[in-house]
Design a protein around this ligand. Structure first.
Ligand code: XMP
Length: 502
């Protein structure tokens, strides 16, 4: 096992993910973990993440124990600076901050076996190593950073980020660390992951009945499939019609899942809409929805009787955006199933996919042989159309958005690159706009189209949709949807925007 120590980096899960891609098992630990938190008998190596801190601002000696575990260590960015500072080197703030692409030149080292001498890497730092520890060797440099990688004993450090896609050969570097330096065993696969989660769920719940929150999307379906493997008919799927669904969604979910699952469909439209009445603030909406879901699950648990656990298909981006990673981070938005949960709950949560990204879940779905219609389903957020109606949610605005969304999704399937699109949907803006239809003045709503590509939902780019397609969709929406007289196209990536508008 490789332990990834999280110092508050945005990229910690990406490190774990790259390790998984090399078929090695890893776990993430907070930088505040104590020595006995880490199972040293299984430990093959440590990777120290980057982080927003500076090693000269807070005393780094409290992290000394990570270097006393007698396994190879790879420090990335802050992790490298920590290793250097704790071994007699000096790290200083640099006037020349370095963000983005840089060309690195490497020397001979087990880390760089099989790589060209120069390649492109991703930097993101304001501090740099000013003096090396004794016996340390510089193994890479860039034009602006003389010490871009170090090696001393079995400690390695990289100033750049091998885990991000923009770093060429990043995965190869991580693989070299795992195989050549740690001699880690390559035993991890999606199959072993499923087996491990099945065991974990079985050990946790025993012979009890369990509820599973079902949305009809891939995450909750995969979570349910794994749980079914563990406990069979003791799993009760609960699908909530919260009134924020897309056109005919409930019927589609019923058809797709009622044969696979013990499925309960709950009509809670009224309750959700009542609680959302007049609410404009996106975070408030998300929290209301998160809480309303839990109230329903708790009621259902009482009906099924003797239910202690609720399974959710939560993914890592839900966790990190809600600021609930291993080390607390900024709240970007409270995902309904994480940041939107009430403080006090009667059900205990089980989340087999909590540390994975969507495309990894798709791989699991393939391993579990789920139909491709699930695997290719585009993500749809739990808070549904409520976070696509900017401003208060009303029955009428839901109807308008549902109709526009239906047209966009219907047309999108005709696109050649439909499979490459992460999501394509409509957003209803709280704006009136003047139009002219059949010689009459109209004053109706503006609808935005959002289409993005993404690998994992953490970053995204807007899709360069064909102009003819946009023209056609705009025409259909303004002709067919009563209440919309203007259509605009969202051309922002994430960051700086997010995918959903709220
Ligand atoms: P954002 O808008 O944060 O979205 O860029 C990233 C991905 O997450 C989905 N999303 C959610 N999914 N509950 C979910 O189940 C939520 O509260 C939620 N908020 C956003 C979003 O659709 C996109 O795929």
């Amino acid at each position: 096992m490789i332990a990834v120590i999280d110092f508050g980096s945005q990229y910690t899960q990406l490190i774990a993910r790259r390790i998984r891609e090399c078929r090695v098992y890893s776990e993430i630990f907070s930088c505040y973990s104590l020595p006995h938190d880490i199972p040293v008998d299984k430990l093959e190596g440590l990777i120290l993440s980057g982080g927003p801190g500076s090693v000269y601002k807070t005393d780094p000696r409290r992290f000394r124990h990570f270097f006393a575990l007698h396994v190879p260590v790879l420090g990335i960015c802050y992790g490298m600076q920590l290793a250097v500072q704790l071994h007699g080197g000096i790290v200083k703030h640099s006037a020349k901050r370095e963000y983005g692409r840089a060309a690195v030149t490497v020397k001979q080292s087990p880390l760089f076996v099989g790589l060209p001498r120069t390649f492109s890497v991703w930097m993101s730092h304001g501090d740099r190593v000013a003096k090396m520890p004794r016996a340390a060797r510089t193994i890479a440099s860039t034009d602006t950073t003389a010490i871009a990688a170090v090696q001393f004993g079995n400690i390695y450090g990289l100033q750049f980020h091998p885990e991000v896609r923009h770093t060429q050969y990043g995965r190869r570097i991580i693989n070299n660390f795992l195989t050549r330096i740690c001699k880690a065993q390559k035993t991890w696969s999606m199959r072993t992951f499923v087996a491990q989660e099945v065991r974990r769920i079985r050990d946790t719940v025993g012979t009890e009945k369990v509820l599973c929150a079902i949305s009809g999307g891939i995450d909750s379906t995969v979570a349910a499939a794994i749980t079914t493997k563990a406990i069979g008919r003791n799993l009760y799927g609960v699908f909530v019609d919260n009134g924020l669904l897309r056109l005919r969604e409930k019927e589609e979910v019923r058809t797709a899942l009622s044969r696979r699952l013990n499925l309960r469909i709950i009509d809670a439209k009224k309750a959700f809409l009542k609680q959302l009445r007049g609410v404009k603030n996106p975070e408030q909406k998300r929290k209301i929805i998160g809480r309303a879901f839990i109230t329903i699950f708790e009621t259902e648990a009482k009906k099924v009787k003797e239910v202690e656990y609720l399974v959710q298909g939560t993914l890592y981006p839900d966790v990190i955006e809600s600021g609930k990673g291993v080390v607390p981070s900024a709240v970007i938005k409270s995902h309904h199933n994480v940041g939107g949960l009430p403080r006090k709950m009667n059900l205990k949560i089980i989340e087999p996919l909590r540390m994975l990204f969507k495309d990894e879940v798709r791989d699991i779905a393939r391993v579990l042989k789920l139909p491709s219609s699930f695997i290719e389903r585009k993500p749809f957020p739990g808070p549904g159309l409520a976070v696509r109606i900017v401003g208060p949610v009303t029955e009428q605005r839901l109807r308008i958005l549902r109709d526009a969304d239906h047209i966009i999704r219907e047309e999108a399937r005709t696109l050649k690159k439909y499979r490459d699109i992460w999501q394509i949907f409509a957003v209803l803006l709280p704006l009136g706009s003047v139009g002219v239809m059949g010689d009459k003045r109209t004053y109706d709503s503006v609808c935005a189209i959002r289409a993005v590509t993404s690998e994992d939902g953490m970053t995204a780019d807007w899709v360069r949709l064909p102009q003819d397609f946009l023209a056609h969709v705009s025409r259909r929406i303004t002709n067919e949807v009563h209440g919309i007289n203007r259509v605009v196209y969202d051309i922002t990536s994430k960051p700086p925007s997010t995918i959903e508008w709220e």
